[in-house]
Design a protein around this ligand. Structure first.
Ligand code: HEC
Length: 309
């Protein structure tokens, strides 16, 4: 009896200790994550950039900018800066927490009201905010490749929009958000080769221009375009797919019509639908020349098996 009691006591102690121990470990892990993600968000960098022309008031440039913002770069898409560019929560769900895309208009709560052209270039091409902190989630690695005239046009369009008063609620990360920020490549700044030369191409139905446009695919489909888990993406999203010419796992057997249907209408050759994480609704409005340019470029990239990103 006494023995059994002793044993029970021991077990109780172990359970208690174990319990307290794991709570302690969890708490220590949480504190570690809290500091690691906090210091990642606070890290400062700097880079010199050239000023570009922002053709404010030029109606041709503004309509080019509207097209780029709405159907190519997708600034307002996927719950990011929103159609009115007033910003909002990109994700607001525990345990990820809130990730906030700021207000880009001149209204109350604006993040960019005192941005000059260099500040715009720094954040769009390099993922660095005016305060030197790295922008979170902002896919500057996709935009880095666009020529000065297109960056200028996009900014001129954004600046032509009515001021929206919407306070910037900022990021407020939960435990999973902290884990993602501390361990995944969620800052474009870290992914961009800031010294690389931009491909020189003029808009048109060419593979050279297609390479520029494919900048808008790389944040999700990866540098080699072979797809895989999207870093910093909503945990509910599927992996992005292989859009290299690999015959087994990519789009190597597709015709142009197959590509266009999937890319613009979200339907694969076998009739299955794509998840809306693939922003096909935004690409539906892409100009035919641009879709052709993309297709021509995608056919020239090295075939890779799926998932290599
Ligand atoms: C915000 C993320 C995101 C961006 C940006 C994006 N894609 Fe996707 N794409 C996805 C995801 C996720 C899938 C897989 C969807 C699924 O499996 O239902 C996908 C699937 C596809 C498919 C279907 C492939 C297949 O085998 O079914 C094509 C084609 C495609 N994307 C082309 C492009 C091109 C071209 C671009 C750039 C102009 C691009 N995507 C930009 C996320 C993205």
């Amino acid at each position: 009896m006494a023995d059994k009691k002793k044993k029970m006591g021991l077990i109780m102690k172990l359970v208690l200790f174990g319990g307290v121990g794991s709570v302690g470990l969890l708490a220590a892990g949480f504190v570690g994550l809290y500091f690691a993600s906090g210091s990642a968000l606070a890290q400062e960098q700097s880079i010199d950039v050239e000023a570009i022309e922002i053709p404010e008031g030029d109606s041709d440039a503004i309509s080019r900018g509207k097209y780029l913002v709405e159907h190519v770069m997708g600034c307002g898409h996927s719950d990011c800066h929103r159609a009115d560019m007033g910003g909002g929560a990109v994700i607001d769900e525990q345990p990820v927490g809130r990730v906030y895309a700021p207000n880009l208009t001149g209204g109350k709560g604006s993040a960019t009201a005192n941005y000059d052209s260099k500040d715009w270039v720094r954040v769009i091409r390099h993922g660095l905010k005016k305060d030197g902190k790295r922008a979170l989630i902002m896919p500057s690695e996709d935009f880095w490749v666009y020529p000065d005239s297109d960056i200028g046009a996009a900014v001129a369009y954004i600046k032509s929009l009515p001021a929206v008063d919407r306070d910037n609620l900022g990021h407020s990360l939960g435990p999973i958000g902290m884990l993602i920020v501390a361990t995944e490549p969620v800052f474009a700044w870290d992914k961009i080769d800031h010294k690389k030369e931009r491909p020189k191409a003029e808009p048109g139905p060419t593979k050279e221009w297609g390479e520029v446009l494919a900048g808008s695919c790389r944040g999700c489909h990866g540098e080699t375009l072979s797809g895989g888990k999207i870093p910093g993406g909503d945990p509910d999203w599927p992996e992005s797919r292989n859009i290299t010419p690999d015959e087994a796992t990519g789009i190597g057997k597709w015709e142009f019509a197959d590509f266009e249907k999937a890319f613009r209408h979200g339907e694969r050759p076998d009739g299955t639908k794509l998840h809306e994480a693939m922003p096909y609704k935004m690409f539906e409005g892409m100009k035919p020349d641009d879709v052709e340019a993309l297709w021509k470029y995608l056919k020239t990239v090295p075939a890779k098996p799926a998932g290599g990103r």
